[in-house]
Write a protein that binds this ligand. Structure first.
Ligand code: COI
Length: 349
């Protein structure tokens, strides 16, 4: 991997104490081009603009996807990236479905480690803060015929971040718009899944909510995800979350939480279809103990209100409840306070 270091670091201007999510970028980035059917040598170089043609394929047809993961300073001063192997696999899952070339896993992992090592000063050290790593790939051919791009660009940029949601998270059950459909691209992190969600999310914001709860495309009866997070409900001391499908993103935080909860026995776990009606009934009967979102950016975010057909259901958000306990357990592994029996942390030497 070719590495060109910056000669003018911007670290002096960085706000690492109170960073706004995804608005500051560290000194270096990785870039790698796919041409003539093969990936060329990846290069790490100073972060900066990439010039593109107006006929850039992805601007017209949206063959674009991304990943998100985090690097942390651990308690003993080591640096670890949380489960990057899972991101590598999910990136290639997205690539296959979007008819894009898979990126070699070992380059992905090596590139992340090199970048984080080079920009280690950019990792914020406050509780709940991290260096967010944003790998992304896009079709970079110059033509507007509606066929797959022939050239692709893989990039990794990194950004110091704090908590994604500040304050209360209120969600509205969305019954008009749909995030994904069976046979579609809902299980991928293609750019369009996010762009396509902005309109419905904005409608919900105008009604006073933070995010939507997506429901199934056919009948809007089943809960799917909440905004950019997987969602879990605690009803009668059981954690219930929708099962993975081609409509739902296989969240790595979701997988980690389910593993932890099952292994520690904090709660019973049910991965099964759950109807909005079941959630609403449980809320009415006082059996909906907690609701939370799970995601790389959001980590574990407690949901305090669910809006459904004009009615708001207030959900308890205890500071010593299940969601916070799960968040603590996960945090303890990430920070190295607790042993990492799953080898989730990829340590940077
Ligand atoms: C993530 O948690 O990695 C996400 O995909 C959220 C992102 C859209 C900010």
């Amino acid at each position: 991997m070719k590495i060109t270091r910056t000669t003018s670091s911007r670290i002096g201007e960085a706000n690492l104490k109170n960073p706004t999510f995804g608005t500051q970028f560290s000194d270096h980035m990785l870039i790698c081009k796919y041409r003539k059917g093969a990936w060329e040598q990846p290069e790490i170089k100073p972060f900066g603009p990439i010039s593109v043609t107006p006929a850039l394929h992805t601007l017209h047809y949206g063959q674009a996807l991304f990943e998100g993961q985090k690097a942390y300073y651990m308690k003993d001063g080591r640096i670890g990236i949380f489960r990057p192997d899972m991101n590598a696999k999910r990136l290639n899952h997205s690539a296959r479905r979007m008819f894009m070339p898979e990126f070699p896993e070992e380059w992905f992992l090596e590139g992340l480690k090199e970048l984080v090592n080079l920009d280690r000063q950019w990792i914020p050290q406050n509780e709940g803060h991290a260096l967010y790593l944003r790998p992304f790939m896009f079709g970079s051919s110059e033509f507007v015929a509606a066929r797959p791009s022939e050239e692709y660009t893989m990039c990794i940029i990194t950004s110091p971040v704090g908590p994604y949601y500040a304050g209360e998270v209120k969600v509205k059950v969305e019954e008009t718009y749909t995030r994904s459909a069976a046979g579609g691209v809902g299980s991928t992190k293609c750019a369009g899944n996010y762009g396509g969600a902005f309109f419905a999310t904005d409608q919900a914001r105008k009604e006073g909510y933070t995010q939507v709860i997506w429901t199934d495309h056919k009948n809007h009866e089943l809960v799917e995800e909440s905004g950019t997070m997987n969602v879990a409900f605690v009803i009668d001391d059981t954690l219930i979350t929708p099962p993975l499908s081609d409509r739902i993103l296989a969240g790595i935080t979701r997988d980690s939480i389910l593993t932890l909860v099952r292994d520690t026995g904090i709660l019973k776990v049910e991965e099964r279809p759950i109807k909005v009606q079941e959630v609403v009934e449980a809320a009415r009967e006082g059996r909906l103990q907690e609701t939370f979102g799970m995601g790389t950016a959001a980590v574990v975010s407690q949901i305090c209100t669910i809006g459904f057909r004009g009615e708001d259901f207030e959900i308890p958000v205890p500071s010593d409840g299940y969601a916070m306990k799960i968040k603590q357990e996960l945090g303890a592994i990430r920070s190295g306070i607790k042993e990492d029996p799953y080898n989730w942390m990829a340590i940077i030497d």
